[in-house]
Design a protein. Structure first.
Ligand SMILES: CC(C)[C@H](C(=O)O)[C@@H](O)C(=O)O
Ligand code: SF4
Length: 470
């Protein structure tokens, strides 16, 4: 009998070309696909150009403009500034010259890379996908191993279709029970990061399992795989099930006909063996998880919405106390105030974490028939042009617009404020994104992370709000 293996190890083993050390901890890994963006790919292409190299398998790469483009409701090719224009022009030239398919800003498939790849059916169970963006882990929801790589690795990948890869240690997170109504996938991942800390999963590949994960939609699973990066995990997997197959079947780039049948057959066995060894295991009880919000400047500085801003003087660890004091100072918050009393200026529904169609439906169901609070500026930035079209076909754009939201074009937008969607200094934002670092949404801007439904509720009340009380 072969040794029992985890799903993560099966994925790495099946893509290992050769061991680079005696224990097989460092390997030459075959990578099936990548996705490129205008922000992290330029130096890689410059490297290829300078070395006179070609791209080994141009059809295994796809480019989409997402980080720097504007999201103004009327789409044009114009960029907000000179640097963004230079980045997108060079990106477009690189894709053209190296034979890589490109979704430019006016393309009907344009969108945030981690939304575009799955919706086209380009992420399949059993694949290894590496890309120049940390949230490539999103693809774990399909039983694929996705991870972010730096620019020199992008160049290595493009030239060889391989990477030098160091194995991670497998860790399992089991989420038992069922979630209470009003609690979402975002709350699971935020609760987990709060528990393990922002570097709690450093060095680990996390496998999620358990009844609460099984019960989630594929979109919800993507939210978890996307955001667990903020807990330090550089690899995430979930065993593919019937829901994954149903999600993929018929997608434009997914296999069809006999190839589909063959693929489904090949995906059997993409799960951890029963006795597979995990270096670490954590259990969460789904029924205990509450809607979460962050109060600080790190994704682990989060609490259930019913709680109060914590008091640093109660923290015994001096480093953590200092971090808390600094975070509260930056966030302009006093210890002890109720989280649901914190007034907001802005509300942002967007990002590769939470701007898929299901997220927009969730938020719209909170917003329907209501108006946003006066003084709040709220916007919805769909994760992709396709999500935007589906939402419009369902009339969700009207729901948001009638409530006072701006309905925008797709892109990363105010998730990281590389375009002209930025917070002014001191502005406070309820945001469905994944990072709340200082200045993330604009210099001096204050970010509170939460689920899209919670953002919608905050926009309506004008302060952080438990959706269940609306
Ligand atoms: C720009 C890119 C390097 C970065 C990432 O890798 O995650 C960005 O997408 C982010 O979310 O901060
Ligand atoms: S939406 Fe945000 S987290 Fe996602 S790729 Fe863009 S900047 Fe990164």
């Amino acid at each position: 009998m072969p040794d029992p293996r985890t799903l993560y190890d099966k994925l790495v083993d099946s893509h290992t070309i050769r061991w680079l050390d005696e224990a097989g901890q460092q390997v030459l890994l075959y990578v099936d696909r990548t996705v490129l963006n205008e922000y992290t790919s330029p130096q890689a292409f410059t490297g290829l150009r300078e070395a006179g190299r070609e791209v080994w398998r141009p059809r295994a790469a796809l480019g989409t403009v997402d980080h720097v483009n504007p999201t103004a409701p009327r789409r044009t090719a114009a960029m907000p500034d000179e640097q963004a224009a230079r980045q997108t022009e060079y990106f477009e030239r690189n894709c053209r010259d190296f034979g890589i398919e490109l979704f430019d800003i006016l393309h009907e498939n344009q969108g945030i890379e981690h939304v575009v790849m799955p919706e086209l059916g380009l992420v399949l169970p059993g694949m290894v996908i590496a890309a120049g963006d940390s949230h490539t882990t999103t693809y774990g929801a399909f039983g694929a191993l996705g991870f972010g790589i730096g620019t020199s690795d992008i160049e290595h990948y493009l030239a060889t279709q391989t990477l030098i890869y160091r194995r991670l240690r497998p860790m399992r997170v089991i989420v038992n029970d069922t979630l209470a109504p009003g609690v979402t996938a975002k709350d699971i991942v935020m609760a987990l990061i709060r528990e393990i800390g922002a570097s709690g999963a450093n060095g680990y590949a996390v496998e999620f399992a358990g009844a609460a994960i099984d019960a989630l939609s594929v979109e919800g699973r993507m939210t978890i795989c996307n955001m667990i990066v903020e807990g330090g995990a550089r690899g995430v997997v979930m065993a593919p099930d019937e829901k994954v197959l149903a999600y993929l079947q018929g997608r434009p780039r997914a296999p069809r006909g006999a190839a589909w049948k063959q693929a489904v057959e090949a995906w059997k066995g993409l799960c951890s063996d029963e006795e597979a060894p995990f270096a670490r295991e954590i259990a969460l009880y789904g029924a205990d998880i509450q809607p979460m919000v962050t109060w600080g400047t790190s994704p682990d500085q989060a609490l259930p919405i019913g709680d109060a801003v914590p008091d640093p003087t109660h923290e015994l660890d001096p480093n953590r106390r200092r971090d808390m004091e600094r975070a509260l100072d930056y966030m302009g918050l006093r210890p002890g105030i109720k989280l649901d009393s914190i007034a907001i200026d802005r509300a942002f529904i967007g990002s590769c974490t939470n701007a898929r169609i299901e997220d927009l439906r969730d938020a719209a169901s909170v917003v329907r028939g209501r108006r946003i609070a006066s003084g709040v500026r709220a916007m919805v930035v769909p994760g992709s042009s396709a999500v935007r079209r589906v939402a419009e076909a369902e009339g969700l754009d009207r729901v948001f617009i009638e409530a006072g939201f701006e309905w925008r074009q797709s892109g990363c937008s105010m998730c990281l404020a590389m375009n002209d969607d930025v917070l002014a200094p001191g502005e406070r934002c309820a945001s469905s994104t994944n990072r709340n670092f200082e200045g993330r949404q604009g210099a001096g801007g204050r970010t509170h992370l939460m689920s899209p439904a919670m953002v919608a509720a905050a926009a309506i009340r004008g302060r952080l709000t438990d959706t269940r009380t609306l």
